[in-house]
Every structure is written in structure tokens, then in C-alpha cells.
Design a protein around this ligand. Structure first.
Ligand code: SF4
Length: 218
């Protein structure tokens, strides 16, 4: 795409992102428009200033910000249960510690244009930390996560577009990881055990939503 076409494409998406920021604010989230991933990265670094522990929910959107090395260089303790060198017991300890970390970083599977954050989870650790526990939660939302309809549309996006490639990336033994289609399975590896909808900011959790005018994650 040439530069002019990119600008023309970005413009209506910017309006959509800015409308989402307003909708999230009406729902009492702190929300910020970020023109690009690099702006979201700077916002994370700024909010992490006083954090000693930073938890990672396993989000590709967060990974695309490339903040991990910068946070490590600043001496933060990174709580990432996705490290390949961990044994299951160590992963469990890290997932538990994420629930009380200073700053928890995650994406969202979908968000409605009117500001409801919709997520599925296999273990529930990520969605639990989004709701209560960490001192601050930052949710990175690429424009591709916005759905025009309501919660059923968000759920459709998750089942059709997010879950199959996520199950494949996580090497899960589920039908969707093989076929690309949800079969509403009963697999022990199912990644859709819990579904959450944040309709308003949970009362005791400081949540900052970064709405980015770029596609991020799945
Ligand atoms: S219910 Fe099963 S098949 Fe459907 S998206 Fe979830 S893990 Fe995949």
C-alpha cells in the first residue's frame, strides 16, 4: 500500500478508534488513542515507571510493542509464564504472582464499538488478572479487535478469527487448531473455558486501555 492509500485507510479507522476511546471513558476506563504501536509502547513504559513487577498475560499485541527488553533493562521483574524454560510448577507460581503484580499487560480478544471488552481464556489466569488483583492493568487494543455489533459479534470474532490461530500457536489439541473452524469442542485443551465481558471498569482496578490505530495480534 502506498503512503497516500495508507493515510486514506488510516483516517476512518482513526475516527473509529477515537470513538472507542470515548465509549471506554463513558464506561469509566482510562482510555488513550495511540496512532501507532510505538506510541502504545511509550505509554506502557511511562505507566511502568514505578512498577517493580510486570506481568505478561501472553498477548501477541503486547509482544508487538517490544517493551519487554526495555522493562528488563530498567530492572523490573518480568512475570511471564510463557517462557519455554519453565516447568509446569514454575508456570503456576508465576501465574499466581501475576495476580498481585504492580502492572499487568494484556491484549483483548475483542472490543465492541461501544466499549465492552470481551475475552475467552483456557485457565482463566489472564481474565482474572484483568478484573482484580494487579495494581494496574494495561490493555493493548489493535484496531482489528473492534467489532461494529454487540457482544454476540465480539464472540463471533473470537471464535472465528482469534481462537483457531491462537490454539494452533499454543500447540493445543483442539479441532480448531487443525481445521481453522470452531467445533464448540469438549477437548481438555479447549482454550475457551471461561468468557468474560468487562461492561464497566471493575471498581477496585486501575485499568488503562490503549487503542492503537494499527492491527495488532490475532
Ligand atoms: S471451543 Fe474448541 S474448537 Fe472452538 S474455538 Fe474453543 S478450543 Fe477451538
Amino acid at each position: 500500500m502506498n503512503e497516500q492509500a495508507k493515510q486514506l485507510n488510516d483516517w476512518p479507522m482513526e475516527q473509529k478508534c477515537r470513538a472507542l476511546v470515548k465509549a471506554l471513558e463513558r464506561r469509566r476506563f482510562t482510555a488513550r488513542f495511540c496512532p501507532a504501536a510505538k506510541d502504545a509502547a511509550e505509554a506502557v513504559i511511562e505507566h511502568a515507571r514505578t512498577a517493580e513487577t510486570v506481568g505478561f498475560g501472553g498477548s501477541l499485541s503486547v509482544a508487538e510493542l517490544k517493551v519487554r527488553e526495555r522493562l528488563a533493562e530498567q530492572g523490573k521483574e518480568l512475570l511471564d509464564h510463557g517462557r519455554p524454560d519453565l516447568i509446569p510448577e514454575e508456570k503456576m507460581v508465576i501465574m499466581r504472582r501475576q495476580l498481585t503484580c504492580d502492572l499487568f499487560l494484556t491484549g483483548t480478544n475483542a472490543v465492541t464499538q461501544d466499549g465492552c471488552l470481551v475475552n475467552i481464556d483456557g485457565n482463566g489466569n489472564r481474565v482474572a488478572a484483568m478484573i482484580f488483583g494487579p495494581k494496574k492493568v494495561m490493555i493493548v487494543v489493535g484496531r482489528n479487535k473492534i467489532v461494529d455489533g454487540g457482544i454476540p459479534d465480539a464472540y463471533r470474532r473470537i471464535k472465528q478469527l482469534a481462537s483457531p490461530p491462537n490454539a494452533m500457536r499454543l500447540n493445543k489439541q483442539t479441532p480448531c487448531a487443525k481445521t481453522g473452524f470452531c467445533a464448540d469442542c469438549d477437548s481438555p485443551d479447549r482454550i475457551c473455558m471461561a468468557t468474560t465481558v468487562l461492561e464497566r471498569k471493575p471498581r477496585l482496578t486501575d485499568i488503562v486501555v490503549l487503542v492503537v490505530n494499527e492491527d495488532l495480534g490475532l
